[in-house]
Design a protein around this ligand. Structure first.
Ligand code: PMP
Length: 440
């Protein structure tokens, strides 16, 4: 039963395991948007492998892709040597990019994790510019390795680890609910003007960086979308100063936000694009794509054994094809709007929901403590304990949701992109019941 598996896990696995603590689940099988535990109970999975499973669990096109690789006898692992499976994947990736970026881009296969691709991106821009400082954003998440963790704007995972990368600076992200620099249209301008003054004022402590890394929608930080005007300004100020802009689309990429890539919402392009999660179509894969002008690497500058997982390339290609052929981004955009509208109406009857936000199917509900005093811009203190209680009540009702954000106070909806409106209604109903229950 579930309990037997969980107690074995508790005995044998490390204290650093994370998800099982809040989602005590031993999974027997999974299909579509659902997983079934060892006791036969079904859950709707709105965590979807932390945003990885764009097509849900065990989608037929994913299974076919795996079977195709097995039938073809290509090597399952090929270092970074090329194969027909790999070439077909690269073709598909380039065909998915906006044309002007595709024309100038080169691809590099990384570790297979998002963090490893972030490491590669940082090494790339450091090598190309000769600069050492890196700029990142408060609340951003870029991974768990030393370099990627250095760029991650959350203190908790860092506080017992010394010797993170020096010369890493954090800038304010336009977190509209809490950040005074993020409010309203003019607020975006205030925020970007402030960033510009930090970059230009020698007294600010910022030296010219090797690069700036940003998420278009902060994921782990609490599903916080950056306003389009702010992104445009960020692009302008980095272009004018020749600072490579690294866009980390590990979580937002491949249709999640209602466009193939989230930067397309702002009509901008990165200098370096970091992709993982959904690009592997359920299996481990990560790449960086970058302006060929930055390609000043020596051979072997970023290596690693597992950069040639043919199955992941085949499932990644199948995912990209399915998304394009079935206009998944359009579906995601429409459903995202629908969920936000529904959640906003739930918000009006719930005292503890401070904010509903997101882009596409990357949605956050910020749980607040309405008994406390609001700050100067009217936002209430975060209430992480209540968010976790809501998560627990959802879990009891057969709904898996993630809690994130800097104060662990944001309920995050990250369902598979193929979820239907009817299934979402079911999700919303369970979430509503759980929130009513938790608020009591
Ligand atoms: N960047 C972003 C934006 C992410 O969301 C994540 C993972 N949540 C990472 C990087 C790190 O990816 P990985 O966990 O595969 O190392």
């Amino acid at each position: 039963t579930n309990q037997q598996f969980l107690s074995q896990q508790e005995k044998r696995e490390s204290s650093a395991r994370s998800y099982p603590r809040r989602l005590p689940l031993a999974i027997q099988k999974a299909e579509g948007i659902c997983v079934t535990d060892m006791n036969g109970k079904q859950f709707i999975d709105c965590l979807a492998g932390a945003g990885t499973l764009a097509l849900g669990h065990n989608h037929p096109v994913i299974r076919q892709a795996i079977e195709g690789v097995l039938a073809s006898y290509v090597p399952l692992h090929s270092l970074d040597l090329t194969t027909p499976v790999k070439e077909a994947f690269v073709d598909e990736v380039f065909a998915s990019l906006p044309e002007s970026f595709a024309k100038k881009a080169k691809i590099h296969f990384c570790g297979p994790t998002g963090a490893d691709a972030v490491e590669a991106a940082v090494k790339l821009v450091k090598t190309a510019t000769g600069n050492r400082a890196m700029l990142s954003f408060q609340g951003g998440y870029h991974g768990s390795t030393h370099g990627a963790l250095s760029l991650t704007g959350t203190t908790d995972p860092k506080k017992r680890i010394h010797a993170l990368i020096p010369d890493t600076h954090f800038l304010p992200y336009p977190y509209e609910y809490r950040c005074p620099f993020g409010i309203g249209k003019d607020g975006h301008r205030v925020n970007s003007t402030y960033l510009e003054s930090l970059l230009d004022d020698p007294e600010s402590g910022l030296v010219k960086p090797a690069g700036i890394i940003v998420e278009v929608v902060q994921g782990e930080g609490g599903s916080i979308p950056a306003p389009v005007e702010w992104l445009k300004e960020l692009r302008r100020m980095t272009s004018e100063r020749n600072i490579p802009l690294i866009i980390d689309e590990v979580q937002t990429g491949i249709g999640r936000t209602g466009k193939m890539f989230a930067f397309e919402h702002a009509g901008i392009e990165p200098d370096v694009l970091v992709l993982s999660k959904a690009i592997g179509g359920s299996l481990p894969l990560s790449v960086v794509l970058y302006d060929r002008k930055l390609d000043q690497w020596e051979p072997g500058a970023h290596i690693g054994t597992f950069r040639g997982n043919q199955m992941a390339m085949a499932t990644g290609r199948a995912t990209l094809q399915y998304i394009k052929e079935n206009q998944v981004p359009k579906h995601v955009h429409e459903l995202g709007q629908y969920v936000k509208d529904q959640l906003s109406s739930i918000q009006s009857s719930m005292r503890s929901i401070g904010d509903v936000r997101g882009r596409g199917l990357m949605i956050g509900v910020e749980i607040i403590d309405p008994r406390k005093q609001p700050n100067a811009i009217g936002s209430y203190p975060a209430y992480g304990e209540l968010a976790k209680a809501i998560q627990r009540h959802c879990f009891e009702r057969g709904l898996i949701l993630e809690v994130g954000g800097r104060f662990s106070s944001v309920i995050r909806f990250l369902p598979p992109l193929i979820i239907t409106r009817e299934q979402l209604d079911d999700v919303l109903e369970r979430f509503y019941d759980a929130t009513v229950q938790a608020e009591i």
